[in-house]
Design a protein around this ligand. Structure first.
Ligand SMILES: Cc1ncc(COP(=O)(O)O)c(C=O)c1O
Length: 423
């Protein structure tokens, strides 16, 4: 198996009595190594997809589906790696119920079968994305290519965010976790329905794997929100002047509710701040990284317009890979502008208005020089705040902290703060 194989899968194979050799980054690298070992040690090679018996075994999944669901079925969605699974499924379905469509699903950065079918010959990809490691195959099988070309009706490509959202859908519906490859078909059904505007049809998705390392769930949970367009991200520029931070927070509170215009809208879907990152870096302007909850697709563009209309320059980062993966963690840094800065970690009750309470109790001449918040889905939010408090205001600042009543820890003396945030 490739070195990128989830530990969970390695342990499971070991549990079945297997001896494990990890080699190369993708399935295709491991495959070539396995062929070498076979020759060297005179072993028997069992191909994971390009083998008629393996394909026939995969076909039993289609047999179970058709036995257990005898009502109408319009299409079966199947993830494709090397093509064994879909070859078995398509063979069975086209033999028994040829009117049912078989739709193949691949990651948009690992789509060897889609490219091969389009080119009428097998295409060897130089690289494949590894997020869906179960389907990360650079070259599909000869036999699987022949069968897929003949029997698969359509193909659809999905992206990482859509797969994360699908993992969440499966969890919400069944309380079970699937791995990325296992969620491809669900992501594809959602995309297919949205693109084709289908109603009243019946689809089956094959959830083909659950080798999910627990620590990967953090990434999946984060990206699921963006994948479902439940969260929109923005870079907003606000004037570095007294009260503008508060004006901006008030504007967020006044944005139309996130269910506005939807059937049955109550106007009550409060728009929560999911992330707020800021570090003073310019005497005139502040660039804040903001995340907000949304409920409909395309809402981020409307919100960005609304910010712009109110004089806050806004850049929609909802679909910006650089921002989602890296920049959100890099906002901040050392600055010479934050004189008299005091750094505090607060625990806020996670409810709308908590930040406004903070801002309205503060003395207006205490400038906020740093703010770092990310909603972790808990009842209490953890926030890091830098405030510029003149030495003469120390007593008033203590009174403010007392009055606010939020638990806090002062971090001004923390050596990590000096190393990474103070000039
Ligand atoms: C979880 C999972 N789903 C789907 C597949 C796709 O199978 P195939 O390579 O037969 O297309 C694999 C292959 O290993 C897999 O591990």
């Amino acid at each position: 198996m490739p070195v990128t194989t989830p530990k969970l899968k390695i342990d499971a194979v070991r549990g079945f009595g297997g001896e494990i050799v990890l080699h190369g980054d993708s399935y295709s690298d491991a495959y070539l190594h396995a062929l070498e070992l076979q020759k060297q040690q005179n072993l028997t090679f069992v191909h994971p997809f390009d083998d008629p018996d393996v394909i026939a075994g995969q076909g039993t999944i289609a047999m179970e589906i058709l036995r257990q669901h005898q009502g109408p079925l319009d299409a079966v969605f199947v993830a494709i790696g090397g093509g064994g699974l879909i070859s078995g499924v398509a063979n069975y379905i086209k033999a028994v119920r040829p009117e049912i469509k078989v739709i193949g699903v691949q990651m948009n950065d690992s789509d060897a079968m889609m490219q091969s079918v389009a080119a009428h010959q097998r295409v060897n990809l130089p690289d494949v994305g590894l997020f869906s490691d179960g389907t990360a195959v650079k070259l599909v099988g000869e036999e699987t290519f022949r069968i897929a070309s003949e029997l698969v009706d359509e193909y659809i490509a999905v992206d990482t965010d859509a797969v994360c959202a699908a993992i969440k859908d499966v969890f919400v519906d069944t309380r079970s976790i699937v791995e990325p490859a296992g969620a491809l078909a669900v992501a594809a059904i959602k995309q297919y329905v949205a693109e084709h505007g289908r109603r009243g049809e019946t689809y089956a998705a094959i959830l083909c794997g659950a080798n999910m390392n627990f620590d990967r769930l953090r990434f999946v949970a984060e990206r699921a929100e963006v994948g479902e367009e439940r969260e929109a991200l923005f870079a907003v520029t606000i004037p570095e002047e007294r009260g503008s931070f508060r004006r901006f927070c008030e504007l967020v509170g006044e944005l139309p509710a996130s269910d506005a215009g939807e059937p049955g809208a109550t106007g009550g879907a409060l728009r929560n701040v999911t992330e707020f990152n800021y570090r003073i870096s310019d005497a005139a302007k502040a660039h804040v990284f903001v995340g907000l909850t949304t409920s409909t697709r395309g809402e981020s563009a409307t919100i960005a317009r609304s910010f712009n209309d109110h004089g806050f320059d806004a850049l929609d980062l909802t679909h910006d890979e650089l921002a989602k993966e890296h920049l959100r963690h890099l906002v901040g840094g050392r600055t010479g502008l934050a004189h008299d800065e005091r750094l505090l970690r607060f625990v806020f009750p996670e409810r709308p208005g908590a930040l406004l309470k903070f801002l309205s109790l503060m003395r207006p001449n205490w400038n906020i020089s740093l703010f770092h918040y990310r909603n972790q889905g808990a009842d209490y939010g953890r926030i890091l705040v830098g405030l510029q408090v003149p030495a003469g205001d120390a007593a008033a600042f203590d009174a403010f902290l007392e009055n606010l009543g939020y638990p806090y820890v002062e971090e001004t003396a923390n050596p990590a703060y000096r190393l990474f945030l103070q000039a």
